[in-house]
Ligand binder design. Structure first.
Ligand SMILES: NC(=O)c1ccc[n+]([C@@H]2O[C@H](COP(=O)([O-])OP(=O)(O)OC[C@H]3O[C@@H](n4cnc5c(N)ncnc54)[C@H](OP(=O)(O)O)[C@@H]3O)[C@@H](O)[C@H]2O)c1
Length: 326
């Protein structure tokens, strides 16, 4: 089969379409003919040699896929050859064929394209786990969603709004601010022209918010703490702005703050099956009925994975960047 491989760790141009052996499914895995996959920031880190795949996972890029079942395993009840499925994988999505545990494979809702389906798993699962399972966001509470125009941000804004939470979201340009407010953020803050912590304190009469979902890390640490009210929660989901901090522990103590970290890829298969189940029961019906939608920025052919990576690293997207697999 053809797949995108990494010639040597480095910039986007190390990605190339080559011939590699097709994966061999275990009895509990489906072999899927991939029709669409999507980019995630983790792929760009893996390409640079900074994020190796967890043991036992494919060393190919690609954390999500949509396609047709090419072959079922001896222990994959409920699936037939030809079924249209989508889901999260530990790696291997940037390829013509990939394997997925049958308990992580979901039927594609009728009327959806493969692209729409491939745009969903990673960002909706991540937003679900960090805003709700860990962040415990409830109706009437206020959440700050950083990188609001990112794939994860565009999913999270819609989900938080849907349950009746107030959303303040940040982004790096007026165009992105316009997009995230159209998606449901009550306030969009351009972090390049405003101090988001000052703005949040003004908006909340200096009380702060219940939850911050952060992808930036070190660069936002101190300001995130200043934005939280007593008992507030900070869920750390990404570290795009650095990993090393000098912490004001006094603020954590006096405001009784909760600091929670989360990463999905390295979790056990059992945990990921549970995450898939939570998504299927609570959020997939809302997506299938059109109450929420995957936000797709651009789709590139698989062979142009390098161009797609450069596009992501230039911070040009609002929502998901897809790869179409012929
Ligand atoms: N923990 C997990 O399990 C998990 C799972 C999935 C994703 N993630 C993380 O979630 C984040 C979003 O992922 P994604 O794939 O949705 O990203 P994405 O679509 O590529 O969007 C990322 C956006 O973040 C903003 N950004 C980048 N660097 C920044 C910086 N230094 N300071 C402020 N903003 C910055 C840019 O938007 P602006 O133009 O607005 O600056 C950029 O477009 C990443 O950090 C990723 O690693 C974590």
């Amino acid at each position: 089969m053809r797949a995108i491989t990494i010639r040597t760790p480095g910039g986007p141009d190390v990605l190339e379409l080559t011939d590699v052996p097709a994966p061999t499914p275990t009895p509990e895995q489906l072999l899927v003919r991939v029709r669409a996959t999507a980019l995630n920031r983790a792929d760009t880190l893996q390409r640079r040699g900074l994020y190796p795949p967890p043991p036992g996972e494919s060393d190919l890029l690609g954390l999500e896929l949509a396609g047709e079942v090419e072959a079922v395993g001896s222990a994959t009840p409920g699936f037939r050859v030809g079924d249209r499925v989508f889901g999260l994988v530990g790696g291997g999505g940037y390829a013509e064929l990939a394997v997925i545990d049958y308990r992580m494979a979901m039927p594609i809702p009728s009327g959806w394209s493969f692209s729409e389906a491939a745009a969903v798993p990673e960002v909706f699962f991540t937003a679900q786990e960090t805003l709700f399972t860990l962040g415990q966001l409830a109706a009437g509470e206020t959440v700050i969603i950083h990188a609001g125009a990112s794939g994860v941000g565009t999913a999270g804004i819609q989900m938080a709004r849907h349950i009746g939470a107030r959303v303040f979201a940040t982004a790096g340009s007026p165009e992105k601010v316009e997009r995230i407010t159209a998606l449901g953020a009550e306030v969009g803050i351009n972090y390049n022209t405003e101090d988001f912590a000052e703005r949040v304190r003004e908006l909340t009469n200096r009380a702060g918010v219940e939850l911050v979902q952060d992808f930036i890390g070190a660069a936002y640490w101190q300001r995130n703490l200043r934005c939280l009210k007593v008992g507030g929660r900070l869920v750390l989901v990404g570290l795009m702005g650095g990993t090393k901090i000098e912490a004001d522990l006094g603020l954590i103590l006096s405001r009784r703050l909760h600091i929670i970290g989360s990463v999905m890829r390295s979790q056990s298969l059992e945990s990921k099956i549970a995450i898939t189940e939570r998504f299927r029961s609570r959020w997939l019906p809302l997506l299938a009925q059109g109450h929420l939608r995957p936000i797709i920025d651009t789709s590139f052919p698989l062979a142009e994975a390098a161009v797609a990576h450069q596009y992501m690293e230039d911070n040009r997207n609002v929502g998901k960047i897809l790869l179409a697999v012929a």
